[in-house]
Design a protein around this ligand. Structure first.
Ligand code: URA
Length: 204
């Protein structure tokens, strides 16, 4: 594998990074969200899972993947025998982007410019956590991590190597499974778990 460049690590580590992201107004999303949602998990976790952006519940609670998509993600991890507290879980975008419909806040996909503006937060988090491998949950994360558009439906279940030598496993976003018709969900969940099964063998 290519040599990884020595990461440039901010003094202050993850707590300082989390605090700095709270004040981020590099794109328009931050001003409307309740708070920035940092990643969570142990330093030097073997695996880092990257989602798109916080959802409604994550925005309110300040923690990643605690809403419906997070529950599905937790169920997949449990099926794989992976303890959530052993992995690092974060997002490509720090703040929740939404559109108000009445009182409901409806998720809106971040634009490519917004995701690109946010990417340095993710890069700094990766440099600090120093995971052995990354898992991209969905197209936004895959693009942020690989620096190119990714067709998740055709590239899922595969490992890709970044210029820094870190490997990225691509799969669907758990929300994509929740949007499917109920009869299709069990098979889609099994396929998602099979993709993630490969994350247990990053050297494959
Ligand atoms: N969806 C995401 O991509 N991330 C979260 O944290 C929650 C839902």
């Amino acid at each position: 594998a290519p040599q990884r460049p020595a990461p440039i690590v901010a003094p202050g580590g993850l707590p300082a990074l989390r605090e700095a992201a709270q004040a981020c107004r590099e794109c328009p999303i931050g001003a409307l969200a309740t708070q920035a949602v940092p990643g969570e998990g142990p330093l030097h976790a073997r695996l880092m899972f990257v989602g798109e952006q916080p959802g409604d519940q994550e925005d309110l609670r300040g923690r990643p993947f605690v809403g419906p998509a997070g529950q599905l993600f937790d169920r997949a991890l449990a099926q794989l025998g992976i303890a959530r507290q052993d992995v690092y879980v974060t997002n490509a975008v720090r703040h929740f982007k939404f559109e108000l419909r009445g009182k409901r806040r409806i998720h809106k996909t971040p634009t490519q410019q917004e995701a690109a503006a946010c990417r340095h937060w993710l890069d700094e988090e990766i440099a600090l956590v120093q995971p052995r491998a990354l898992v991209a949950l969905g197209a936004t994360a895959a693009r942020s991590l690989l620096g190119r558009p990714v067709a998740v439906l055709t590239e899922r279940g595969e490992w890709f190597e970044r210029p820094d030598g870190l490997r990225v496993l691509v799969t669907l976003h758990p929300s994509a499974l929740l949007r499917m018709e109920p009869p299709q969900q069990p098979a889609a969940f099994d396929a998602f778990v099979r993709d993630l099964e490969r994350a247990r063998m990053p050297a494959a």
